[in-house]
Design a protein. Structure first.
Ligand SMILES: [Zn+2]
Length: 258
């Protein structure tokens, strides 16, 4: 169910045990070849497919287009809530949903920069409600819901990058008209460096010396519409299976239903 299409009595009738999903994305540069709304459009497609599979068993809020994208601000058009503002925004949305009486809340993410604030918002909200024993506050990125290992021999990347093989493929599957030529783009997967330490970074610097960043991270040259269809199918099926478990949760246990 789409929250935006329900009346308030419709929503009230689904309290307290209908899982409530808050999808969060971003509006940020996606290289020389893809539009700024890429993350929001891809997440909306995942949500559309999951909603189709679960029908009236789960409520989906509209995709939140503003994310934490400060690391992309060197590129024109990127809009971003600063990390602290974004943390508060997520916590407020969580608290809205809890205020209305829902107890099973999933923040479903579609942008890497949202991951740290998302975990912090969930952690802080749980601490504020320490006396409660009936809450399932969880967060994940849609690409987490896939089998371990490589998705198929045809894939070059085994993880999501940025405007990369995976994201470009998915955009080709839904809006090929918005994808500009990408055959000339280099593989720019430089990792994080200095591992196992975590290094603070901005997108522009994650390129080899002397190279000016075009904005992508990963290898868009290997994108195809067929790969995009396979990625959507995998992520939507995995997310739907996960939500089935959220529905099956007994309302109190630490353990997740197997
Ligand atoms: Zn993206």
């Amino acid at each position: 169910m789409q929250l935006a299409e329900l009346t308030w009595p419709d929503v009230k009738a689904r309290v307290p045990d209908t899982p409530f999903v808050i999808p969060v994305a971003a509006l940020e540069q996606h290289g020389l070849h893809m539009p700024l709304a890429t993350d929001a459009m891809l997440l909306a497609e995942v949500v559309r497919r999951v909603d189709e599979q679960l029908r009236d068993r789960v409520i989906f809020a509209p995709v939140q287009w503003l994310g934490n994208s400060h690391h992309h601000l060197e590129f024109a058009g990127t809009m971003s809530a600063s990390p602290r503002t974004y943390l508060d925004l997520l916590a407020d949305m969580l608290e809205n949903v809890l205020h209305h009486g829902f107890r099973r809340v999933l923040i479903l993410n579609g942008h890497g920069g949202n991951i740290t604030p998302l975990k912090q918002a969930i952690f802080e909200t749980r601490q504020k409600l320490r006396a409660r024993r009936d809450l399932l506050l969880i967060g994940a990125s849609y690409w987490d819901f896939r089998p371990a290992g490589r998705l198929g021999a045809e894939f070059v990347q085994d993880a999501v990058g940025h405007a990369c093989e995976w994201e470009t493929s998915m955009m080709l599957a839904i809006r090929p008209d918005l994808v500009k030529p990408f055959d000339h783009l280099n593989d720019l997967d430089t990792g994080y460096s200095f591992e196992p330490a975590y290094r603070g970074w901005i997108t522009r610097e994650r390129v080899p010396a002397g190279v000016e960043s075009p904005g992508h991270l990963g290898d868009p040259r290997h994108a195809s519409r067929e790969k995009g269809d396979k990625l959507f199918e995998t992520f939507a099926a995995g997310t739907a299976r996960f939500l089935e478990k959220v529905i099956a949760w007994d309302g109190q246990s630490w353990e997740f239903p197997s």
